[in-house]
Ligand binder design. Structure first.
Ligand code: XMP
Length: 420
């Protein structure tokens, strides 16, 4: 059980901004949790809350019968049926009516998480799939702090990674952190399964299925009863329907998708109560480098969905090189952290051009740069023209097989962020 003190529970009666609100109160060192208004009161009491806040939007005021159920608990209760605009009012309530000392910090969270992991795992082993993304990296660092070499991380190179990514992950985790890292180069296996497959959904399915198989094979050898997972709070909150049975959904989330039936792991999910930027902050505190913690989101199927059509080794290499140039120039120009995602796409179309004073007939690379809050909608970033030109010049000069670069100016909607 988590040892978190002084929990205030936000009851969601249909409030669009509830995650942001919960996060803002946590910034004032008061620990909040979010539950749907349909939650059984027993579940609320389990967390031993010191107060409750009803959160609704003006159009969806708290329903009287559901409200009554919480009123009956005789806990301090703040009704924000008119909307959750004012964080100060909620913080005042937590401090003055609920007696919160306002002493919750991520430092303390780390200490408690380490103790929790030790208590849960004891002297047994944990296996963890490291993707190079923020969540699994932070969980790896946290579990490693708790149990050291009883953690084994499995890093699968599916051949679709960005340039230097396998080296970077090995450098950080094996060399700096001295973790047990099982690095599997399965590129050949993935690329041969993907050979000739052009359909985006089929590509995604093949990558997902192979990934599970390779990981399961490696995990079976490690023979650990526990599986570390980078589940974060929004993953859980967004899988709970506002109406319906929240308890059921919380449970089903605890089945690991895709692993073979006979692999029954107990899960270790130390950041499952943290929001994304809290996870990042924890990662920084644990000494993970910024190039891992502050990177752009990257899709699971990786370069596989940024290479339009069937993947060939040579064209995949063109994409990898072009992508590295885009990232390098973006960073150099100080634009990396001003965009949500910026990347290259391989377009399997040949066009005529002139290279080295000769007629060329080569492929197209597209550049996409977007800003977004939640990836549901996205705006195209107006990158400086000079920066785009520098990217273009380097790509056509340095990437063999590419003679044209285009800029994608499509917002989402109507476009999606990824091309496949
Ligand atoms: P779309 O292309 O749907 O992307 O506008 C929205 C966000 O999700 C990311 N994305 C994925 N992430 N597995 C992932 O883990 C996937 O299959 C996948 N597809 C898209 C995308 O990079 C963007 O941030």
């Amino acid at each position: 059980m988590k040892q978190t003190p002084e929990t205030v529970i936000l009851l969601n009666f249909g409030c669009a901004d509830i995650q942001k609100f919960a996060r803002a109160i946590r910034d004032r060192h008061i620990y909040t949790m979010v539950m749907p208004y349909t939650v059984p009161v027993e579940r609320v009491l389990q967390e031993k809350p010191v107060g409750l806040i009803l959160c609704a939007d003006p159009e969806t005021p708290a329903r009287p019968e559901a409200r009554a159920k919480f009123e009956a608990l005789e806990l301090p209760l703040l009704d924000l049926s008119g909307g959750v605009g004012d964080v100060d009012a909620a913080v005042d309530f937590c401090r003055n009516r609920c007696g919160c000392s306002g002493s919750w910090t991520l430092d303390k969270f780390i200490d408690e998480a380490v103790e929790d992991i030790r208590r849960q795992v004891g002297a047994q082993k944990v296996v963890l799939g490291l993707s190079g993304g923020v969540d699994s990296s932070v969980v790896a660092a946290l579990i490693h702090k708790a149990i050291g070499t009883n953690l084994t991380c499995v890093f699968v190179n599916h051949g679709l990674l960005r340039k230097n990514e396998p080296e970077m992950v090995q450098e950080v985790f094996a060399r700096n952190f001295k973790m047990n890292l099982c690095y599997i180069d399965a590129s050949e296996r993935f690329l041969s399964k993907l050979k000739g497959v052009a359909d985006p959904e089929k590509k995604r399915k093949i990558i997902g299925k192979e990934f599970i198989e390779v990981f399961a094979e490696a995990a079976a050898k490690i023979d650990a009863p526990f599986l570390g997972q980078g589940t974060i709070y929004p993953d859980i909150l967004e899988s709970i329907p506002l109406d319906g049975n929240p308890a059921g959904v919380i449970k089903s989330h605890h089945n690991v998708g895709g692993l073979p039936e006979n692999m029954k792991f107990k899960l270790v999910e130390p950041v499952e109560r943290l929001f994304k930027d809290e996870v990042r902050a924890v990662g920084r505190m644990l000494g993970l480098p910024s190039e891992l913690i502050d990177r752009h989101p990257f899709p699971g199927p990786s370069l596989g969905v940024r290479h339009v059509g069937a993947i060939e080794r040579d064209t995949l290499e063109m994409l990898r090189e072009a992508d590295a140039i885009v990232t390098e120039e973006l960073t150099k120009a100080g634009w990396y952290h001003k965009t949500w995602q910026t990347f290259a796409i391989f377009v399997p179309v040949k066009t005529v051009g002139i290279k080295n004073q000769k007629r060329s007939y080569e492929y197209v690379i597209a550049i996409r740069s977007i800003n977004s809050v939640d990836a549901v909608t996205a705006q195209v970033v107006r990158l400086p023209w000079e920066l785009l030109e520098t990217m273009m010049e380097r790509i056509v000069r340095e990437v063999d097989g590419v003679n044209r670069v285009v800029y994608d100016i499509t917002a989402k909607p109507p476009g999606t962020i990824e091309w496949e």
